[in-house]
Design a protein around this ligand. Structure first.
Ligand code: FAD
Length: 462
């Protein structure tokens, strides 16, 4: 006999729990199923632990610069990685327990621990039991990609998940992957005291960004002594005594990098291969991302896919926004769509990069008439006062409507200041609104009108 619910939610990532709570609150009987730790990637192996570790690394970095600020630490800065890890574990445990306790305390909500697998378009099995529902929501997230690489099975390596158990400072951490996850770990471990080498297949770090942003990020990490090896077209791994070697086949001087430990940070794959989607008839693309429409409905009526498993996000805020879209469309008259949202994200190195909208490369491709302005953080007085002058601000606006097209703020508080521009983008207001507003002194945001005063026509190449 199958147990029947109004709705089944598979996964407790960044969309599932809020959706379960909202549906249960509206009177639907909900079963929410989790096979691992409550809260998913962000809480256990993603945003929360990494930003907690980034905070420890930042504190150590500022302490090492004590002389610049007028203080000294006798004996220098000593990293206690066991304590660093314990702080991270405490914060993660609080969050994961918080999610679990919240779900278990909800009326109309049954929490089930186990692996869910579709049996049909209206049913899943978990722990040998069949559960049925008229509506099924998939929020199974993703995990670190481990692509086939020569020699990888002969060397030990970490992913973003297994590195969470590390409670010592590796002598030399080699990180394969020079994008968001790799860069955050690179700077953090360098600040903990490791030698760090980043190996990147592409011609520059964080290749999705405009070239000057990639270059500025490279300058920032290299200034801290991180080795950057680009154009590693053909990566292979090997053991050399106690060390792990990475064959690079780069255009640069030496063809290999040696380290004591290896972290793979080469992208994410969705957790969709063991979900029995074929039994439900739910279609996926070649990457394994579940196909969804603008309202996150899958190819099967009554089944939705939210978060990283639909390939339209990759961030906690995109997964949470998926929940808002689905819940509002089901429970209110407020129609919401995926295509309403403006891409935005941050890279949490120090200083951070806040991003919204299009890059200059994307604007050029779209041939939109645009104005562009750039401004170095070294001329922002708040950055000077804080002694954090690395980076730049770059803003693109539509030449005719004067609306923002996109921006990158690489600099102190860039992850916060970007929201000034993002909210004006949502309001579809012209940039002149920001120019006429009075801002607080001394802040980074008060310089946005100054940056906007530098707007110049962007030349379109033929
Ligand atoms: C190192 C790192 C740092 C990051 N930092 C940031 C950041 O700073 N900001 C940001 O916005 N994003 C960040 N992200 C991305 C962010 O963590 C994810 O985008 C976010 O967690 C969204 O996930 P989700 O809701 O799709 O599902 P997830 O959080 O991945 O959760 C899915 C859940 O489903 C469960 N599950 C899977 N399959 C089944 C099944 N068959 N049955 C039952 N349960 C199942 C899993 O156990 C998991 O708990 C980071 C990611 C990483 C790896």
């Amino acid at each position: 006999m199958a147990r029947h619910f109004g709705a089944i939610v598979v996964g407790t990532g960044q969309a599932g729990p809020s959706l379960a709570a909202r549906l249960a609150g509206a009177g639907t009987t909900v079963a929410i199923i989790e096979r691992g730790k409550f809260g998913g990637t962000c809480v256990n192996t993603g945003c929360i632990p990494t930003k907690t570790l980034v905070a420890s690394a930042y504190a150590a970095h500022v302490a090492r610069r004590g002389a610049e600020y007028g203080f000294a630490i006798p004996g220098g800065v000593q990293i206690d990685m066991k304590r660093v890890k314990a702080r991270k574990d405490e914060i993660v445990a609080r969050s994961t327990k918080g999610v679990e306790g919240w779900l278990r305390g909800l009326q109309n909500c049954t929490v089930i621990q186990g692996q869910a697998r579709f049996e049909s378009p209206r049913s899943v099995t978990v722990n040998g039991e069949v559960l049925e529902a008229d509506k099924i929501f998939i929020n199974v997230g993703g995990r670190a990609s481990i692509p086939p690489m020569d020699g990888l099975n002969e060397v030990p390596f970490w992913t973003n998940s297994s590195i969470m158990n590390v409670d010592f400072v590796p002598e030399h951490l080699v990180i394969v992957g020079g994008s968001y996850i790799g860069l955050e770990f690179a700077q953090m471990y360098r600040r903990f005291g490791s030698e760090v080498t980043i190996v990147e297949m592409g011609p520059r770090l964080i290749g999705r960004e405009d070239e000057e942003i990639s270059d500025a990020i490279r300058e920032i990490v290299e200034a801290e002594g991180i080795h950057v090896r680009l154009n590693a077209k053909c990566i292979s791994m090997f053991k050399r005594g106690e060390k792990i070697g990475i064959g690079l086949d780069c255009k640069e001087e030496s063809k290999e990098a040696l380290g004591s430990h290896l972290l793979l940070a080469v992208g994410r794959v969705p957790n969709t291969e063991d979900l029995g989607l074929d039994k439900a008839g739910v279609t996926m693309n070649q990457r394994g991302d579940i196909d969804v429409d603008d309202e996150l409905r899958t190819s099967v009526p009554g089944i939705w896919a939210l978060g990283d498993c639909n390939g339209h996000g990759g961030f906690t805020h995109t997964s949470y926004n998926d929940y808002e879209i689905v819940a509002d469309n089901l429970l209110t008259d407020n129609r919401r769509r995926l295509s309403d949202r403006i891409p935005t994200y941050a890279l949490f190195i120090d200083p951070p990069l806040g991003r919204c909208g299009m890059t200059e490369t994307e604007v050029r491709k779209s041939r939109i008439p645009a104005l562009v302005a750039q401004y170095p953080m070294s001329r922002v007085s708040r950055a000077v006062e804080k002694g954090e002058t690395q980076g730049l601000i770059k803003i693109l606006v539509h030449a005719e409507t004067k609306q923002f097209l996109g921006a990158a703020i690489l600099g102190t508080s860039g992850d916060e200041v970007i929201h000034v521009l993002l909210d004006v983008m949502y309001a579809k207001a012209p940039y002149t609104v920001i120019q006429r507003a009075m801002h607080i002194h001394p802040t980074v945001s008060e310089f946005l009108p100054t940056v906007l005063s530098k707007l110049q026509p962007m030349k379109i190449e033929n």
